[in-house]
Structures are given as C-alpha cells and as structure tokens.
Write a new protein. Structure first.
Length: 162
C-alpha cells in the first residue's frame, strides 16, 4: 500500500489521492501528541484522542511505500508533518531489538519497502544533508528498507514525482 503524507493543503488532496492508496493530510486539524505512550501500551497502535489521526499508527504500519511531502523547515519536516509522525509512534512496540547492529524498538507491523521524502522550499546544502540523515534514520526506525529524498524549489514541481 502506498501512503502519501503531505502538508500542501486541501487543494492537493484530490490530485494526490489519484497517485496512492491513502492520503494523510497534515492540515493541523488534529491534536499534537500528548506523550502518554498509550498507543504503545494501553491500546496498541491506536491513539486515545478521537480525531483524524486516531488510526494513523495502523495506517503507516501497513504502508509498503511511505511518501512524505513537506516544506523544508531548517533541515526538518514542517510542524504539521512532524505532529503526524509523532502521533505514529505506535507503529513500534516499547520492546527493543537489534536491527543492523543498532538498538531499535521492535516493529509492530514488520518490514516495509520505501520511505520517500519530497522536500519543497529553499534548502541550503547543510539543510539538505541534515534532511537526508533525518529521513534515513526515520526509515530505519520505522522498518523501511530504502530511503529517497528529493529537493524541489517549490510544490509546483511535484507533477510526475509522486
């Protein structure tokens, strides 16, 4: 299943939906993570908050291909995209294991194929390096085999990339 998480706003939802199985719109119309870890322990992979991100752990956990479209924010995800990713901590369990000779949380949903990040907006070379490293580490933590990071000047260049 291909999932696209984006911060582009509702005008893009329809065109993005035609290119994937599910769309997660990081529109800010949801509560930020409360850090309660309930999605890890009390009710696995389900947030106690009743909003559009209640099932986001399960959705991301089932993705074979995760595509994130985000504005560059000093070499990191936009605030709304980061909020969605924070709410998805339940894709793993509180237990730990070794993957690639490093300690990581045990995956609740197993391995996945591609973690792709499409970054739009101005990005200095240092910010691009930071973003590549961040995306690669996120992919490892979420159990994705491959990582791709693309940089665009603005969102209008998205056509044909997703």
């Amino acid at each position: 299943m291909k999932i696209i998480l984006h911060d582009l706003g509702s005008p893009y939802d329809e065109s993005i939906a035609a290119r994937c199985d599910r769309v997660i719109s990081a529109n800010g119309k949801f509560a930020p993570c409360q850090g309660c870890f309930g999605c890890w322990t009390k009710h696995p992979a389900e947030c106690f908050m009743r909003d559009t991100l209640q099932q986001v752990c399960r959705l991301i956990g089932q993705a074979d291909e995760m595509v994130i479209v985000t504005k560059n924010l000093y070499g990191g995800y936009s605030a709304n995209v980061k909020n969605v990713l924070d709410r998805a901590i339940g894709t793993s369990t509180p237990l730990s294991t070794y993957r690639g000779r490093q300690m990581h949380h045990t995956l609740r949903y197993g391995r996945h194929d591609l973690w792709k990040v499409v970054v739009y907006g101005n990005a200095t070379p240092a910010e691009q390096d930071t973003f590549r490293y961040l995306a690669q580490r996120n992919a490892v933590n979420e159990g994705f085999e491959r990582t791709e990071v693309l940089f665009l000047r603005d969102a209008a260049e998205l056509e044909g990339i997703l």
